[in-house]
Every structure is written in C-alpha cells, then in structure tokens.
Write a protein that binds this ligand. Structure first.
Ligand code: PGA
Ligand code: ZN
Length: 424
C-alpha cells in the first residue's frame, strides 16, 4: 500500500507540551511567547499590545507591582503553564475551534480577564500553526480552510493592499500631532510593487523632512513612521503629498484614534475645541484636499452619533472604519451595522483573544459587505501571524506600520513570500 503521509500526520498529531515565557515587545515592554510541541515540531507564537486600547477589548493580564512598572506578564505565563497547558495536552492541534472554546470556558469571563487575552491568544496562534503543519499546509492556506468552513464558501487567495503608516502622532509619538496615523496606500497590482513604492516614498519623505526641519524630524514613532515636530494634520498631509509627487496613484488612510482627543466631553485637537459638526467639517475639508480613501475611528469609541453622521455623509466617497468602536467584537460589529455607523472593520486578534473568534468577526463584518483591514499593534513582536491571517480570510487591506523596523517588516516580508507562493 502507498503510504499516505498527509493522512498519517493529520490523524496522529497531538499536543505534547506547551511552555510560555515573558519576552519584550517593540516598545521594550513585557509580552508572552509560547512554544507548543507536537508530533510535527515546535510552534512558536507571541502577542502584541496596543497603546490606544479600546474600552471593549479583551483584557491583557499584567502583574502589577514594581517590576516593569507593573507591566510584567508572569501571571499570564503561569496561567498557560499551569492551567491551559495541562488541559490541552494530548489534543489534536487541528481542532482549533474545540481548543479555543475550551480556553474561553476555562477563563469564564466576557473579556478574558481571568486568564488574560495575552495568555489565551498566543496559545490559540501556536495551535493554529501546529494545526497547519499537521495537515502539511502553509498557515494562510490552513486559515483559509477554516474560514471557508464546510460546506466551503468561495474565497480567492490574494495578498491584501498594504497601508503603511509613515507619519506617527497621537500616543505613538513624541510630537504634537493629534491624529495618530498617516498611512500611504499604494494601488499597484502586486504586493511586492506596493512594498517597493512604499519604501521609496518613505525614503523620499525622510529627505523632505530633513530638508524642512533638520535631523530631529527623521526620528521615528512606535510604528516606524516619522514623528516630525508638527502639530496640524494638514502639515503632515502636505509633506506626504510632496513625497507622493512621483507616485500619483497612491492613496492616503488616516487613523484618527479620536477617543484620544475626546477630553472633558469635547473634541480637542490642533489647539481648538470642536463640536461633532465642526469635526465632521474638519474631516470633509481634508478629504476634499487629499486623496484619502479611509478614515479610521474619526469619532470617539462611544460616539455612535458621530459615526452615524459621518457614515451617512461621506461613505459614498471614502470608507469609514471602526477600530476602537468595534474592538473585533461581534456584539459591537452587529450594533455598528444596525446603526449604520461604519463600513469597514479593523481586525486585531488580541482585541478578542482567540483565532476562532477573530475569524468569526471577519465573517460577520464581511456579511455586511464591509471592508476588512487586518492590523498589527503599536507594541508588536516579530511574529508574522497576521500576514497569513490576512490572506487566509481574504482581507482587503493590512496595516503593519511603516516599511521600516523589524517587527513591522516581519509582516510585510512574510507577505512577499506568500505572494511568490500564490503566483506560482
Ligand atoms: P494601538 O494602535 O496598537 O496602539 O492600539 C493601533 C491602532 O489604533 O490602530
Ligand atoms: Zn486604530
């Protein structure tokens, strides 16, 4: 009989051991890494961490106390080694849903605050990698199988359009810009061409900043974008427009992260106080002047009315995207659809805490015909899981910061490899 390797592997693979440890993320703060051993090898995963965190996100468990100013993750590590590990040992890693549901049950809270989303998610990711290996599949192909389900829905494998954050503001930078992210979105056909264009635009912007403001302007923020000493969105957009001179088809995306400038029940930015109507006019002016294709979180996370007004007024021209508004949470996504509050979703696995729930959130948002943007976090690691996730679920866009810094490029470089594989 001819030996069918595929079948032998998928039937026999079992989780043998799981070990977690505390490592540091790109901001130099603790996070969790997991090593999961199966019959097919060792699978490693680590989780990112946000700075502008939505109220409705699954909760990270932090140790408190003096070490790392309270940000240690040894409790989360202990929860993996002592509680989750023993319960999933011996299970088939291809049972993603079953294992994720078991962890949700073990946690027992609505926001994963008992075991910590930073304990549950890295296990979920490592299980997914091990599941893919047990079926001899690339991770993105395996995720696309899970996404399509049974009976399978149609899904064409393609690399999403990347959004590169080249000017940083808000909580990610030591400057006075209130809007958090100024992203360029090249429109070439291939991902590799978009990456090349972004790299050239980024290097061009560096020269422009140096010429205009001197060397201090080329220092970078948390996501690798420049953090020049400017305070108005229009200044940032004018500088980017200069850098786009030879790249006329490139679009711009903004993550306003407006919850950060909702202070004392008012929108306070650029040295002025705005009413909801005033803020909407401010955005309208920007989209008239610059080739903006999406606005993420233009209003504060609980300002449903602000989101509704802007979606009604501008969604025939641009995509209104919810991040803090939705927190990758099906309940919030359903509410936003009911209220017609946005037409696109940022999807961040650590906002919800398991891969199964992340995939469900994408499915739900897509069922409303929304655009999907898979996203990194501002405090990230070199784990490139989200690249495979973005391709596997057929996302429209991916954002992973600037075309610079290791933890940002880990994702983009992985997409280069996936594109090569898909093309061939
Ligand atoms: P965060 O920023 O990771 O600090 O939350 C990213 C974003 O808001 O999209
Ligand atoms: Zn955001």
């Amino acid at each position: 009989m001819v030996k069918n390797l595929f079948m032998v592997k998928s039937l026999n693979s079992k989780i043998k051991s799981i070990k977690a440890r505390e490592i540091l993320n790109s901001r130099g703060e603790p996070t969790v890494e997991v090593e999961l051993k199966t019959d097919d090898g060792i699978f490693v995963a680590s989780v990112p961490s946000g700075a502008s965190i939505g109220e409705n996100e699954a909760k990270e468990l932090r140790d408190g106390g003096k070490k790392y100013f309270g940000k240690g993750v040894l409790k989360a590590v202990g929860n993996i080694n002592k509680i989750i590990g023993p319960r999933i040992k011996g299970k088939n890693p291809a049972k993603q849903k079953e294992i994720d549901e078991l962890m949700i049950k073990l946690d027992g809270t609505k926001d994963k605050s008992k075991l910590g989303a930073n304990a549950i998610l890295p296990v979920s990711m490592a299980v997914c990698r091990a599941g893919a290996a047990s079926k001899d599949l690339s991770l993105y192909k395996y995720i696309s199988q899970i996404y399509r389900g049974s009976p399978p829905v149609n899904l064409t494998l393609m690399v999403p359009t990347p959004c590169f954050n080249i000017i940083n503001g808000g909580t990610h930078a030591g400057n006075k810009l209130d809007i958090q992210e100024f992203m360029i979105v090249p429109q070439k056909k291939l991902f590799s061409e978009n990456l090349r264009a972004a790299s050239e635009i980024y290097q061009g912007l560096k020269k422009i900043l140096k010429n205009n403001f001197g060397e201090q302007a080329i220092n970078v923020g948390d996501e690798g974008g420049f953090a020049p000493p400017i305070s108005h969105a229009s200044e940032a957009l004018n500088l980017i427009s200069q850098a786009l001179k030879n790249y006329p088809d490139t679009k711009i995306g903004l993550d306003c992260a407006a919850s950060q400038y909702w202070k004392d029940k008012k929108y306070q930015l650029e040295g002025a106080v705005f009413t909801k109507e005033g803020l909407l006019i401010f955005y309208e002016d920007l989209i008239k002047k610059y080739p903006i294709i999406f606005l993420e979180d233009p209003f504060s996370e609980n300002d449903w009315q602000g989101f509704q007004e802007i979606t009604k007024k501008l969604s025939n021209k641009i995509i209104i995207v919810g991040d803090d508004l939705l927190c990758t949470n099906p309940r919030r996504i359903k509410e936003a659809e009911k209220k017609n509050a946005c037409r696109g979703a940022i999807i961040k696995p650590n906002q919800i805490g398991t891969i199964t729930e992340t995939i469900e959130a994408v499915k739900l948002a897509k069922s409303f015909n929304w655009k999907i943007i898979i996203s990194h976090r501002s405090g990230d690691t070199c784990d490139d899981f989200i690249s495979d996730l973005a391709v596997g679920v057929g996302a429209d866009f991916i954002k992973s910061g600037a075309p610079a810094r290791g933890e940002r490029l880990a994702k983009y470089n992985r997409l280069l490899k996936i594109e090569e594989e898909i093309k061939s």
